[in-house]
Design a protein around this ligand. Structure first.
Ligand SMILES: Nc1ncnc2c1ncn2[C@@H]1O[C@H](COP(=O)(O)OP(=O)(O)OP(=O)(O)O)[C@@H](O)[C@H]1O
Ligand SMILES: O=C(O)C1=C[C@@H](O)[C@@H](O)[C@H](O)C1
Length: 260
């Protein structure tokens, strides 16, 4: 099964309310014969849990991914929803894929709130709005059609200062409320604020905004940086981000079929 990476609209760690936008960076997971002996704690936790709960035979997985890891681009939620979705399809299970993804991501120690926001955009495409404390989906919607997403991927995230992020609960809740009607402005405020709180260098973000980006900031807990432009207006931002590393130009992904 396929799922998508994403960029943050609102980080859910401070207020438990989160929002994420799927982008066209794909993960594909296949189930194969054999037994998993790879090194991913997330994959082994999911396989062990589902095998025991539903009494399944051993299986192995083949993962192909275009999403950089440990970078804030929702790689773990994409892999986890694609794997659980594939297990559901292959073994004919009646399970809530995104809820299992959130619970098992916490169990595997790869997420703080379960990142249901990331799981919903990864699995269904589009924009997610969630309340992660109660594993609740508030709304799913389509992104604007005429935008481009420019990503400066960075890896090797250090330890995230959760308490510092959490102390900004009120302002992140206000940004979440704004995001319901204006996701692009919200992702700009969220992305700048996360960068300032966690101490990332925001020079590329400042330059992107000066050059006319609709939004720019840190995605997830970083360190990757994104910018949003109107389609056809990417050039100056790509030139700017190219000064800092290899750039990815991609698109927002619309909502897929609910019937999964
Ligand atoms: N492509 C992958 N293959 C196997 N395991 C993966 C893959 N991507 C992520 N994981 C698992 O998820 C864990 C966390 O991944 P990662 O830090 O990349 O999450 P992320 O989604 O980028 O973070 P964020 O939530 O900030 O966007 C990894 O340590 C690994 O166990
Ligand atoms: O670990 C988590 O719970 C999260 C991590 C980041 O991706 C955030 O963007 C997300 O909203 C929540």
């Amino acid at each position: 099964m396929q799922a998508y990476g994403g960029v943050s609209i609102v980080n859910a760690i401070p207020s438990w309310y989160g929002s994420s936008m799927a982008v066209n960076l794909k993960v594909n997971v296949e189930i194969t014969k054999g037994k998993y002996n790879g090194g991913s704690k997330l994959i082994s936790t999911i396989i062990t849990y589902l095998k025991e709960k539903f009494n399944l035979e051993d299986f192995d997985v083949k993962i192909s991914s275009e999403i950089p890891q440990e970078s804030g681009l929702k790689s773990s939620s994409a892999v986890s929803t694609a794997l659980i979705g594939e297990v559901k399809r292959k073994f004919g299970l009646n399970i809530d894929v995104v809820k299992y993804s959130a619970i098992l991501s916490i169990l595997a120690g790869v997420s703080y709130t379960g990142a249901l926001d990331d799981a919903v955009s990864a699995y269904y495409g589009g924009i997610s709005y969630t309340y992660n404390k109660e594993f609740k989906i508030i709304k799913k919607s389509n992104p604007p059609l005429d935008i481009s997403i420019i990503i400066l991927p960075k890896g090797g995230r250090g330890k995230v200062n959760l308490n510092k992020l959490r102390s900004y609960e009120l302002i992140f809740y206000e940004i979440f409320k704004l995001s319901l009607s204006d996701p692009i402005t919200a992702m700009k405020y969220n992305g700048i604020l996360v960068g300032e709180i966690l101490g990332y260098d925001l020079t590329p973000v400042k330059k992107a905004l000066e050059k006319g980006a609709l939004a720019s900031g840190i995605s997830g807990n970083g360190p990757s940086i994104f910018a949003v432009t109107k389609e056809g207006e990417e050039g100056p931002i790509i030139d700017e981000f190219n000064l800092y590393g290899k750039v990815i130009l991609t698109k927002a992904v619309g909502l897929d079929s609910e019937d999964k």
